[in-house]
Design a protein around this ligand. Structure first.
Ligand code: PLP
Length: 395
């Protein structure tokens, strides 16, 4: 058995996207900045991809800038808004405690440069309250950055309400939509965001390519200086095969969205119901306001890293916390933000399903995970203390 259940980390490239990738490499190898025929043919593919992606997001093509992925887009949106704000004396940025590190580490950098960073709480459900955003905005606020869907626990944030509030108050709004685009409908007019980040490899496109949407008039400064590509906002010869393949993957994901969502909703319900039968376990984040593919649990008296290794032995690819935090001993900032204590947060397991997963995969997961949890608990000193009453169960 081999089950890939780590779609929030990355996805396998879709066959249609791979085909476009290969064809673009072979046939459209010109540099889109070149004036000759080969260059102009490449330029046409570039602009067609931009139009297709813009249309799916309900944006104008000139508001779409290609980047190396979600991290770059998040960095560029936040830094552009922050430095533009600072020029007007506004040095406060609001965000949440559960953002991706591409956002949080950029905010850390700004904090070292003298910006005031406020991370709003998300409560036990893992969802920020629009009301809290509203109350925290003041005359100093340059930017609000709230993700659309969380990458660890899948919870959906009230970005439409937040967008409305920001527009009313005249504050720039960025949303990291990397986990959402291609999976749920995303419309920049409905969200009223000024910036949005997306990444191709999270929806069946190639790795290393993404988009920053920047609303017309929103400040945008380049992270990379050099040529005049992307209207001077992102220098460097465009990765045309990846850009064209990203557009193909996005179109295909949108076309299949209804069917994929129905499948994932069914598989998710079955998986959550099954895992909840494991004693002293608990689902992380709100049960319904979450991405259909996301199932994140904490198992008390269990070491997450050990869980992953034993599951891997059974052919199951899963994750504990985010891919970026694994390898470090700090528990996930997201799990701590929803109120999990350190010990419990260490026993986390994230399963993220995709369109190629089946009912049989879920049956296999529900056969193996309880066995592996029991095995890992059997040599855990924490579990022994819990069982023998020297410690109180939390879950
Ligand atoms: C994956 C991810 C990113 C980073 O995207 P890359 O393209 O891998 O740089 C940013 N934000 C979220 C929510 C993600 O899931």
């Amino acid at each position: 058995m081999f089950i890939y259940a780590d779609h929030a980390a990355t996805t396998k490239i879709l066959p249609c996207a791979l085909e476009v990738y290969n064809k673009t490499c072979e046939e459209f190898y010109g540099n889109p900045s070149s004036l000759h025929t080969a260059g102009q043919r490449a330029k046409e593919i570039l602009e067609k991809s931009r139009e297709e992606i813009a249309s799916i997001l309900n944006a104008a093509p000139r508001e779409i800038y290609f980047t190396s992925g979600g991290s770059e887009a998040d960095n560029q949106a936040i830094l552009s808004a922050a430095y533009a704000g600072a020029k007007k004396g506004k040095k406060k940025i609001l965000s949440t405690a559960i953002e991706h590190h591409a956002v949080l580490h950029t905010l850390d950098k700004l904090k070292r440069e003298g910006f005031e960073i406020v991370l709003l709480p998300v409560g036990h459900e893992g969802i920020v309250k629009a009301e809290d955003v509203k109350n925290a905005i003041d005359d100093e606020t340059a930017l609000v950055s709230v993700m659309l869907a969380n990458n660890e626990i899948g919870t959906l944030q009230p970005v439409e309400e937040i967008g409305e509030i920001c527009r009313e108050k005249g504050v720039l709004f960025h949303t990291d939509a990397v986990q959402a685009v291609g999976h749920i409908p995303v419309d920049v007019q409905k969200i009223k965001c000024d910036y949005l980040a997306l990444s191709a490899h999270k929806f069946g496109g190639p790795k290393g390519v993404g988009v920053i949407y920047a609303r017309k008039g929103a400040p945008l400064s380049p992270l990379i200086e050099g040529g005049a590509q992307e209207k001077g906002k992102r220098a460097g010869t465009e990765d045309l095969p990846a850009i064209a393949a990203m557009s193909a993957a996005l179109k295909a994901s949108i076309a299949d969205m209804g069917a994929t969502s129905a499948l994932l909703k069914r598989l998710q319900a079955k998986l959550i119901d099954g895992l909840e039968r494991i004693p002293h376990s608990s689902l992380n984040g709100d049960r319904t306001r979450r991405l259909f593919g996301n199932v994140s649990f904490c198992f008390e008296g269990c070491e997450g890293e050990a869980l992953l290794l034993y599951l891997d032995d059974e052919g199951i690819c899963a994750s504990s916390g985010s891919a970026c935090t694994s390898g470090s001993l700090d528990p996930s900032h997201v799990l701590l933000a929803i109120g999990r204590v350190h010990d419990v947060a260490h026993g986390s397991l994230r399963l993220t399903l995709g369109p190629e997963n089946t009912e049989a995969d879920v049956d296999y997961l529900l056969e193996k995970i309880p066995e592996v949890v029991e095995k890992v608990r059997s040599f855990s000193p924490v579990w022994r203390d819990l069982k023998e009453g020297r410690r109180q169960y939390i879950l």
